[in-house]
Design a protein around this ligand. Structure first.
Ligand code: DGY
Length: 322
């Protein structure tokens, strides 16, 4: 089988691919392939192991060719793949759900606490040698224990975070098109987005990026939120209208944001990096050795199954089989 891996992933998955298919081609650079490189490299492949940084649209699928059976995405999110275009061409699309739930929820929780207790500002304060000793009004933050947490998107990761934060006696609200029995059973309240925005002290986004969630949070929602609220995003950048966010941060110094993902990733919206009330990290939600290793095993297994006439366990588009 002629496969291509668009960027080095942890060795466990690469070893599985080697055992299944022998030597294979992989992006030799430690960077995202340019569009031109991507279209050239994937040409004629039976399967491609792609990353969320690869735009696998209809043009890319045409470049691969009609022999292609599978695009195995090394991520749980697959908004970088035009799934409808893949299904039309009979190309299976797979992802890596479940194994990064703890890592991503933990990352969201780290951002939440860092924002609540102004950890990044405090670190900067120390490094710039401003500390003159304990002071009653120095860098006061906000309590997490007993506050209200609003979860937008109550799937695996949102549920994981809610369960962990319940240990801090947080009141949990969630907004999602479907009710979540696990959250309901632990006393969380299913609310609409407006109620969640108005009542939450902390809001964490865990929805998929799709047409319905693009700019789900914009100027209107910011106006509903408490001026002292903290918003966390470890899902996808474009769920927030970041231009509106920067204006809101500039006008509301007590409103905080913790961001792991960005609308124009890797670029940041102008003004964002100057906002002291923003904590910004480079898309690290799943960045633990454990999660990334499991993702590499899963992505390799998906690719191998698809190319050895088995239905991959984590097939996104069952209609591709028809
Ligand atoms: C995903 O898997 O979708 C994360 O954003 C990166 O691991």
């Amino acid at each position: 089988m002629n496969i291509y891996v668009t960027r080095r992933i942890p060795k466990e998955g690469l070893e599985m691919l080697k055992e299944a298919f022998g030597e294979f081609d992989m992006n030799p650079h430690d960077r995202v392939l340019t569009r031109e490189e991507l279209l050239n490299e994937i040409k004629g492949r039976d399967g491609v192991l792609s990353l969320l940084t690869d735009n696998m649209d209809a043009e890319a699928m045409d470049a691969i060719g009609s022999q292609c059976k599978v695009i195995s995405n090394y991520a749980v999110g697959y908004n970088n793949v035009r799934v409808d275009a893949a299904s039309e061409r009979g190309i299976m699309v797979t992802n890596t759900p479940g194994v990064l739930d703890d890592a991503t929820a933990d990352c969201a929780i780290s951002l939440l606490f860092s924002a609540a207790r102004r950890i990044v500002e405090s670190d900067e304060y120390m490094r710039s040698e401003k500390f003159q000793g304990w002071a009653p009004m120095l860098l006061l933050g906000k309590e997490v224990t007993g506050a209200t947490l609003g979860i937008i998107g109550a799937g695996r990761i949102g549920t994981n975070m809610a369960k962990k934060m319940a240990a801090f006696d947080m009141k949990i609200l969630y907004a999602d098109p479907s009710a979540n029995e696990e959250l309901d059973a632990m006393g969380a309240t299913h609310v609409d987005l407006e109620t969640l925005c108005r009542e939450s002290d902390y809001i964490s986004i865990h929805a998929n990026l799709c047409e319905a969630t693009q700019h789900l949070i914009g100027e209107k929602e910011f106006q509903m939120m408490k001026p002292t609220a903290t918003l966390i995003n470890t899902a996808r950048g474009a769920i927030i209208d970041e231009t509106a966010l920067v204006t809101h941060l500039q006008n509301n110094p007590d409103f905080y944001v913790g961001m792991d993902v960005f609308e124009d990733e890797p670029a940041m919206k102008p003004g964002l990096k100057d906002c002291k009330n923003a904590i910004i990290i480079p898309h690290l939600g799943s960045a633990t050795i454990e999660a990334r290793t499991k993702m590499s095993i899963m992505a390799a297994a998906n690719l191998i199954d698809a190319l050895t006439d088995k239905t991959p366990e984590f097939l996104v588009n069952k209609d591709s089989l028809a």
